[in-house]
Design a protein around this ligand. Structure first.
Ligand SMILES: [Zn+2]
Ligand SMILES: [Zn+2]
Length: 305
């Protein structure tokens, strides 16, 4: 399973429809949070995600709308009896900021909070996937994240295996798992019946940023690109000044990076009642685009079954 749950999709300010930024990725039952704006824990409750399976929080930068949910989440999990450690990743100064959260008030979490600083290009290697920090351009130190699954094994050529004299059954699975087998004294190599490894799925989340080369490179052929889309094209000057992106710019980058799907997020409160201008200008460039909504879920299918 690879599922994206949008917990908060608002830009800078919460509105009645949108919480500040937070995105949850469920990868084979493990929960990862990307940004944790105010109210994230209540959005998790509304979406019934639970908190136990949450292992890591990845913060893009230390503006309030991306991090104020962290202290409340830590205190709630401690109150609920969590004992498993929690990892919190972020750009420079993450340790300083998270330590303030941990020491806030008279609470002390009853579980370990491990804080890890990442620089652009750093890779967090996990079982079955990795997360790479991407350089982004915002008004304060910031990074984005690319989650990439490990490559999957190649396709098994059943007909060829039978033609080579391998009987259907356990030997098929051995061959598919990279083990050579012997049939009547003849060696059948796994490589003869298993194709090239297939690329794993990739999700990129930019956080707040101007469009930039490092995001473009990290997003090449991504399954889902979740891009800052704070403003519409008519506010491009303001987007440049505040170091955000327009929907039009996000769509251009998505097209150039040849991604499968683009999701626009960090929507300014000025579009509270109507996001159609954002969608329209993006669609003119890149067809497979949607505007994120709070509690929206996206399943990321395998590209090549
Ligand atoms: Zn923001
Ligand atoms: Zn920001």
């Amino acid at each position: 399973m690879l599922r994206i749950l949008f917990l908060g999709t608002g830009g800078s300010l919460p509105t009645r429809n949108r919480n500040p930024s937070s995105i949850m990725i469920n990868i084979e039952g493990e929960l990862l949070l990307f940004d944790c704006g105010e109210g994230t824990q209540q959005q998790m409750m509304r979406a019934k995600t639970g908190m136990k399976a949450l292992t890591s929080v990845f913060i893009t930068h230390f503006h309030a709308d991306h991090m104020l949910g962290v202290p409340g989440l830590i205190q709630t999990m401690s109150f609920l009896g969590r004992t498993e450690p929690l990892k919190i990743y972020g750009p420079q100064d993450v340790k300083e900021f998270v330590n303030v959260f941990i020491d806030l008030g008279y609470y002390k979490p009853r579980f370990e909070v491990e804080v890890i600083e990442l620089s652009p290009g750093d890779i967090v290697k996990r079982n079955g996937y990795c997360i790479q920090a991407i350089g982004t351009i915002h008004s304060v130190p910031s990074i984005g994240y690319a989650l990439t699954e490990d490559p999957r094994r190649g396709r098994f050529d059943r007909e060829k295996a039978i033609a080579l004299g391998v009987p259907p059954g356990p030997l098929f699975s051995k061959l598919h798992n990279n083990v050579d087998v012997e049939i009547n004294g003849q060696l059948i190599r796994s490589a003869d019946v298993v194709g090239q490894k297939r690329a794993g799925r990739k999700i990129v989340y930019t956080g707040d940023t101007r469009p930039c080369e490092s995001i473009l490179q990290a997003s090449m052929n991504a399954d889902v690109l979740i891009h800052d889309s704070t403003l519409a094209r008519d506010k491009e000057e303001w987007a440049k000044e505040s170091k955000h992106s327009t929907a039009f710019e996000a769509a251009n980058l998505a097209k150039e990076a040849n991604v499968i799907r683009l999701v626009l997020t960090h929507i300014s409160s000025r579009y509270t009642d109507d996001t159609s201008s954002l969608l329209k200008e993006a669609q003119e460039i890149f067809k497979n685009v949607i505007v994120a909504e709070d509690l929206m879920e996206i399943d990321v299918p395998l590209k090549d079954k």
